[in-house]
Design a protein around this ligand. Structure first.
Ligand code: ZN
Length: 570
């Protein structure tokens, strides 16, 4: 049995074919988070996938926000499925039960915790040694704590406590329990690209919660501190195990989430916040392997998989929560004539619904974990990953393009784009060392066409719901200049193919005024132009910074601390 978790950052990540994407994992259970699909936006191609049955939780409040879904192969159809952690969203007859001690929560709090579409629970059976055993799978998208909103810190911790209460209650009935998803907290220093840069790393309430929730976390420290700290870390008696660390106790730079805003995936400047937790006995008896899949692009997170030795027993019928039972999809699969006859109409419908699909929303769901350089303040409010979702769609096309074909708009922004790696690339091929961005290859990337060019880091700043988008820029030195900025469009003369930089004549003739970018000091490469968007004395001022992606201060391949104002009147 194989299980996968992936924060997809918008269902559009699957727009090239959800079945193809799901099949590529060759997994029995695929749990996705941040679908950003509301109940009324759920379309048939997302809900009904041949060979699978699926279970959704939707945000009841904000549109295009949060949302999780669990896709099970028909050979692993669950016996029960339930939306939410509290039981309050569950109608009689479909409940898994075991709600734990809810005395610590008011009814309003419980409703609020399930109101954002953050959990789906499925209960399966597998063939045990002498009898079928139960396996409960809790797919969660844990809240992020927005530093500007104290109430959200509280909400996040309440969600953790509720999750723990429910998971332990189910476990106590004899079911095995796997909790997987985007937990939104990196646990140990080894799970963070720059733990020394985070104030009071160990004091983070989310980390403290993980410490007691997980078993035996003492061994999971940073390899370098292993001896220094060991006496301070007592083994926890938590009931669950971080299965990745169980198999890879000392693997560093194993991250699952990177800021797209700063291009940090290229330098693997990320965090590990996506996990597969399991009760101890299951990890010890059934888990064969666990790993992250940093080679899979399309979201700001990568998937994580776990392989188990057990074989699922499918339920003969779909639980009531299954999308097959939703009135609008009931029987749809059988209506083949619909597909055979009205092809053009169907295509139009698909296109329309595709356009309606939410892509990106809220933004910095992960900034606490992801922007260690700017933790606390002035961090990006939005993340532009709806466009990133499109990269997967354009990837195939792009790879076929020759230099001469690609004379459309290009941009220095292409420097922020990760190298495109096909879904089926082996982990070895996708070694981080390959992700380094040489000037030559980046120059070529500039020629790639399509919306991913400017839009990746540009249009997304302006798009739809993201009116408040700001990019907080911190130079390598990270202290003296923190501005919320907006990246400028930086067209490049693509007719010159892989020739990297526009001439000054180009700038003057086409852009009527934009100054020629200076070269940054460390890399001697043309800078990118940005504009201060944050209200204040510098609002609207432009400046240049190193064009490279954000990375650790010690990484010479990453953004240097070059900074220069554009002087007025020039
Ligand atoms: Zn530089």
């Amino acid at each position: 049995m194989k299980i996968v978790t992936w924060n997809i950052n918008g269902i559009r990540t699957f727009k090239n074919g959800i079945k193809k994407s799901l099949d590529s994992f060759d997994a029995d259970i695929i749990c996705v988070q941040e679908t950003k699909v509301n109940r009324d936006l759920l379309d048939e191609k997302t809900a009904i996938v041949d060979g699978y049955n699926s279970y959704f939780s939707f945000s009841r409040g904000r549109s295009g926000y949060s949302g999780v879904a669990t896709y099970c192969k028909d050979t692993g159809t669950p016996f029960l499925a339930e939306e939410g952690l509290t039981g309050l969203l569950t109608s009689h007859g479909e409940a898994i039960g075991c709600y734990g001690d809810k005395a610590a929560f008011s009814n309003e709090e419980l409703l609020a915790l399930d109101n954002e579409g953050r959990a789906v629970i499925t209960q399966h059976q597998f063939i045990g040694i002498d009898r079928p055993e139960k396996l409960t799978v809790i797919n969660v998208y844990c809240p992020r704590a927005d530093p500007d909103k104290p109430e959200r810190k509280q909400y996040k911790l309440q969600f953790y406590r509720l999750l723990q209460s429910r998971a332990e209650a189910i476990l106590s009935t004899g079911s095995h329990v796997i909790i997987l998803g985007d937990v939104n907290t990196s646990h140990r220093p080894i799970d963070h690209c720059d733990p020394d840069d985070v104030d009071n790393f160990e004091d983070n309430p989310g980390r403290k919660w993980l410490n007691q929730f997980l078993f035996g976390t003492a061994e999971n420290g940073n390899a370098e501190d292993e001896f220094a700290d060991i006496s301070q870390k007592s083994a926890s008696e938590g009931k669950f195990v971080d299965s990745f660390r169980h198999f890879h106790p000392n693997r560093s730079n194993a991250f699952t989430c990177w800021s797209t805003l700063t291009g940090a995936r290229q330098t693997n400047y990320g965090t590990r916040i996506d996990y597969i937790f399991s009760n101890r006995s299951l990890v010890e008896t059934a888990f064969i392997g666990v790993d992250i899949m940093p080679e899979v692009e399309g979201s700001d997170h990568c998937p994580v998989w776990a392989q188990l030795s057990c074989t699922l027993l499918p339920s003969p019928k779909y639980p009531p929560l299954c999308t097959h039972h939703m009135p609008e999809f009931t029987g749809r699969q059988q209506k083949l004539s619909r597909f055979l006859v009205k092809v053009s109409e169907k295509q139009n419908i698909s296109k329309e619904s595709e356009e309606r699909l939410p892509g990106s929303q809220d933004a910095g769901e992960i900034r606490e974990n992801l922007n260690p350089l700017v933790h606390g303040e002035n961090v990006a409010k939005k993340r532009p990953t709806d466009r990133e979702a499109e990269t997967i769609a354009h990837k195939a096309k792009r790879s076929k393009l020759t230099k001469t074909e690609s004379k459309q708009k290009g941009s220095l922004l292409a420097f922020f784009k990760p190298k495109q790696t096909p879904m089926n690339m082996s982990p070895k091929q996708a070694e981080y060392s390959d992700r380094g961005r040489g000037a030559e290859s980046s120059g070529c990337q500039i020629t790639k066409p399509g919306p991913t060019d400017e839009t990746d880091f540009n249009a997304t700043y302006h798009s739809g719901v993201q009116k408040e988008t700001h990019l907080s820029l911190v130079t390598g030195a990270k202290i003296e200049n923190q501005y919320e900025v907006e990246k400028e469009s930086m067209p490049v003369d693509k007719s010159k193919d892989c020739k990297k930089w526009p001439s000054s004549g180009f700038w003057k003739s086409v852009l009527h005024g934009p100054p020629q970018p200076p070269l940054c000091k460390s890399h001697n490469e043309p800078c990118v132009l940005r504009t201060v968007k944050k209200a204040g004395p510098n609002l609207g001022r432009q400046f240049f910074v190193c064009a490279r992606p954000q990375g650790h201060a010690s990484n010479p391949q990453a953004r240097c601390n070059f900074f220069a104002w554009v002087e007025k009147g020039k």
